[in-house]
Ligand binder design. Structure first.
Ligand SMILES: *[C@@H]1O[C@H](CO)[C@@H](O)[C@H](O)[C@H]1NC(C)=O
Ligand SMILES: *[C@@H]1O[C@H](CO)[C@@H](O)[C@H](O)[C@H]1NC(C)=O
Length: 333
């Protein structure tokens, strides 16, 4: 990703630096975590919602008589429940300006009849609750708020955890929990667990892949444990400990990683039991079931249920069942 280009004028260097930081923050769009058309509250404002479309944030603002966004109802409302992280009240402060607890530039004006109206300070200014004015950003002590996911994400919506291909989060009654897909990977675009081969993820769970402290794997390639093509490189560590962040890579199409030879070779020579259709151009591929009579039908890089040639043998070159004996390393003892 390209770095934002920052023009630095003669004056206002600090302002410019801040402008650049805002651009950087946007590179990390929060919507990369959410499935298509999920609606969350903007972590930076109690009055804005974000609709995630193809992993990109689309903002909407609440205004008028319904200045707040309620993430559970998914709409603009007049007041938020006191349990929300946005509790703000105009009671007793008619004709005053209050800060938006979630943003440096947002404010509320409490009208005569104690109704909050949302407003935003102009660019490069922050709202100051003491003076009730918008002041230069460089004079402001306000910093971007930290937030808790469950204050902005509705209950029971899965979202990516980014800590591993099989991991995701969900909020239940406002509490965050960590979930792990069973034998599958989490797909952020659909918000569900799916076959590993369907997820483009290189954060394969790599705990202890490079051995234990007593016997580290050094300067070697190891299988990624999730795919037949993928492998990690365990580098030598200065302190002699196992590599905790091995680099992932994968073999070209129609090759599987073979640990003993440390090479990418023909899949028929590799006993790997992960999805054997991943990264293949063939429609039918050999299974590792002993006897070499079984195969999979591949569709979109994913294997269907295992099928058998019955009394015949599976010939991977021909992609079919043949009467003469076939024997491949992948399906023999
Ligand atoms: C995501 O949703 C938008 C709007 O509903 C739609 O136009 C787009 O095609 C969707 N993307 C995918 C990958 O389904
Ligand atoms: C608001 O302005 C006052 C007076 O100028 C200043 O002391 C205070 O630090 C400002 N507050 C913030 C959050 O910037």
């Amino acid at each position: 990703m390209e770095k934002p280009i920052c023009f630095v004028g003669l004056a206002l260097v600090l302002l410019m630096l801040q402008a650049c930081e805002l651009v950087n923050a946007r590179d990390e769009d929060i919507c990369r975590l959410f499935s298509n058309n999920t609606v969350i509250r903007d972590p930076d404002s109690c009055s804005r919602s974000i609709t995630c479309i193809d992993f990109v944030s689309h903002y909407s603002s609440c205004s008028g008589n319904t200045p707040f966004f309620d993430k559970d109802q998914g709409k603009c409302v007049k007041t938020l429940s006191s349990t929300s992280s946005c509790s703000i009240s105009c009671e007793g402060v008619a004709n005053h300006f209050l800060a938006d607890p979630k943003s440096c530039y947002g404010y509320y004006y409490c009208s005569e009849n104690e109704i909050a109206m949302y407003g935003k300070c102009p660019d490069s200014t922050h709202f100051n609750a003491t003076t009730e004015t918008c002041t230069h950003q460089y004079e402001s002590a306000c910093t971007t708020s930290t937030f808790e996911y469950c204050n902005i994400v509705p209950d029971n919506v899965n979202f990516d955890n980014l800590q591993g291909c099989d991991k995701y989060h969900v909020c239940t009654k406002g509490k965050l929990s960590d979930k792990t897909c069973t034998n599958q990977y989490y797909q952020a675009s659909s918000g569900t667990c799916v076959a590993k081969a369907l997820v483009n993820c290189d954060a394969h769970p790599n705990a202890n892949l490079c051995g234990k402290a007593s016997k580290p794997t050094v300067d070697k390639f190891v299988p990624d444990g999730a795919t037949c093509r993928g492998y990690f490189y365990c580098a030598k560590q200065a302190d002699g400990s196992p590599d905790q962040n091995p680099i992932w890579n994968q073999c070209p199409q129609d090759k599987f990683f073979d640990e003993s030879s440390q090479m990418c070779i023909s899949p028929t020579l590799v006993k790997c039991t992960n999805d054997r259709c991943d990264g293949r151009t063939l429609d039918f591929v050999l299974s590792t079931t002993l006897g070499c009579r079984n195969y999979y039908h591949c569709s979109g890089g994913v294997a269907s249920a295992e099928k058998s040639c019955g009394n015949y043998f599976f010939d991977e070159e021909l992609g079919g069942c043949v009467p003469n004996i076939k024997s491949y390393t992948a399906c023999t003892k």
